[in-house]
Design a protein around this ligand. Structure first.
Ligand SMILES: *Cc1c(COP(=O)(O)O)cnc(C)c1O
Length: 434
């Protein structure tokens, strides 16, 4: 048998060659660095694909755990005992009722609203980043967060016994703040927007020697998003979809789903196929959508103002790469307003029984807009990525979803209320019909 692994010592196997600058190609060791010394381009993990092609099969993946770690060979860690809290392998749901409402034939929802442990896609990137942080010897981990990342970092750090200090904008939704504090980290609520939080964290990363999952550990962190591509390919029976729609904050997730698909093609796990990539932003923070519309190849930073706070990054680090992916695959990048985002949340809940947060409402509303504009073909197998859970952003829908019928604990009180609600429903329908 061929010796397939690139390096092996003391229970460690890895196919990682090192880090490489996305712009000039300069190569670096796989340390806690994220910017090229020569051209200031972002660093990305490079792998030995020949070794991967020889050693990884569909069967070897399927024999792995029911988590993102079944794809460990494609992730930037050495240990064979990564931090596994059951992250990943979330449901890929055939969304027939939503499809019918929109006029599509084959629609799927990749449902990371039920990811573990903190109900968002961020559990993927944090599981990878903290596993690598531990390998690199960090004892304190940190992040600059729009909410979900703080939840994930605090929870998974607690599980791994790492010290944790997270930074969030002071105006986050109550559910996101509470969902961080419960794990007992130090929480810094910064009086400023996410981009200001991020700038502060870059300075702290230089002075404290902490592992910031999305700053000095960003090359490892971002690789975690590739699993959103791998899982969809595997769950579709080792096939790629025709079109995907995903939300854009920094643009990282979007570009890494693309990288994941390309890697699976490259090592022969799926047949080659071109997949169209469409991205979703909120009007109140749409620097990438604006650049797409205006056909620019640079992203003009904006000051965010939208209810979709988890994706409100005004100066997106991977914006230009997301633009490139949408353009070269024949996709689109669209944005929707806050009212459409709330409608998107309600539409997904009412048709599919999935309660997503504002980011998911944005993605569903953009899906609808693209279908109506003829930019998604009804015949295309389309996968929509739902990345977060609605219970964390309850403020967004408060006042838009009706109220319970309060009744006395008596049968006739119930029957009168039921009659009243049926009358209201009929009136609603009459309004729809006129
Ligand atoms: C962070 C986040 C995203 C997008 O993240 P990128 O920075 O683009 O990788 C999307 N949805 C939710 C719910 C998020 O928390």
């Amino acid at each position: 048998m061929t010796q397939a692994i690139t390096t092996q010592n003391q229970g460690k196997t890895t196919h990682v060659k090192g880090l490489q600058c996305k712009e000039c190609g300069a190569e670096y060791e796989a340390k806690a660095i994220h910017v090229c010394e020569f051209c200031f381009g972002p660093l990305e993990v490079a792998y030995d694909y020949d070794a991967l092609r020889r050693s990884v099969t569909r069967e070897s993946i399927q024999a792995g755990p029911l988590s993102i770690w079944r794809y460990r060979a494609f992730l930037p860690v050495e240990t064979e005992n990564p931090i596994d809290v059951g992250t990943g392998m979330t449901p890929l749901v055939r969304a027939n009722r939503l499809a019918r409402r929109l006029g599509l034939k084959k629609l799927y929802i990749k449902n990371d609203a039920v990811n573990m442990p903190t109900l968002s896609f961020k559990d993927r990137v944090v599981s990878v980043a903290l596993t690598r942080a531990r390998e690199l010897g960090f004892t304190t981990v940190s992040c600059a967060s729009t909410g979900n990342l703080a939840n994930s970092t605090a929870a998974i750090a607690a599980h791994a016994g790492l010290d944790c200090c997270v930074f969030i904008p002071a105006d986050l939704e109550a559910g996101k703040v509470l969902g961080t504090l419960i794990y007992g980290p130090t929480v810094m609520a910064v009086q400023g927007n996410y981009d200001q939080v991020n700038r502060l964290c870059c300075e702290v990363a230089n002075t404290q020697g902490w592992g910031f999952v999305n700053i000095n550990l960003r090359p490892y962190y971002s690789e975690g998003s590739k699993t959103l591509g791998y899982e969809v390919a595997e769950q579709l029976g080792w096939e790629l979809p025709d079109h995907i729609v995903a939300p854009l904050a920094s643009g990282s997730l979007f570009t890494k789903i693309y990288k994941g698909f390309q890697e699976f093609i490259n090592v022969g796990l799926v047949a080659d196929k071109s997949v169209r990539f469409s991205g979703a932003q909120a009007d109140g923070c749409s620097p990438i959508a604006q650049a797409f519309r205006e056909n620019r190849d640079f992203v003009q930073p904006v000051k965010p103002s939208t209810i979709a706070k988890s994706i409100a990054i005004g100066n997106p680090a991977d914006g230009i790469y997301a633009l490139e992916v949408a353009r070269k695959t024949g996709g689109n990048i669209e944005s929707v307003n806050d009212a459409e985002i709330v409608e998107g949340m309600k539409l997904l809940a009412e048709t599919e029984g999935i309660f997503t947060e504002t980011a998911g409402g944005t993605t569903i509303a953009v899906l609808k807009k693209l279908v109506e504009a003829g930019k998604i073909d009804p015949e295309e197998t389309t996968v929509v990525y739902i990345t977060g859970n609605g219970l964390k952003t309850q403020e967004a829908v408060q006042g838009y979803i009706g109220e319970p019928l309060t009744i006395e604990p008596k049968l006739d009180s119930f029957e009168r209320a039921l009659e009243r609600s049926r009358t209201l429903e009929r009136l609603d329908w009459q309004q729809v019909l006129v």
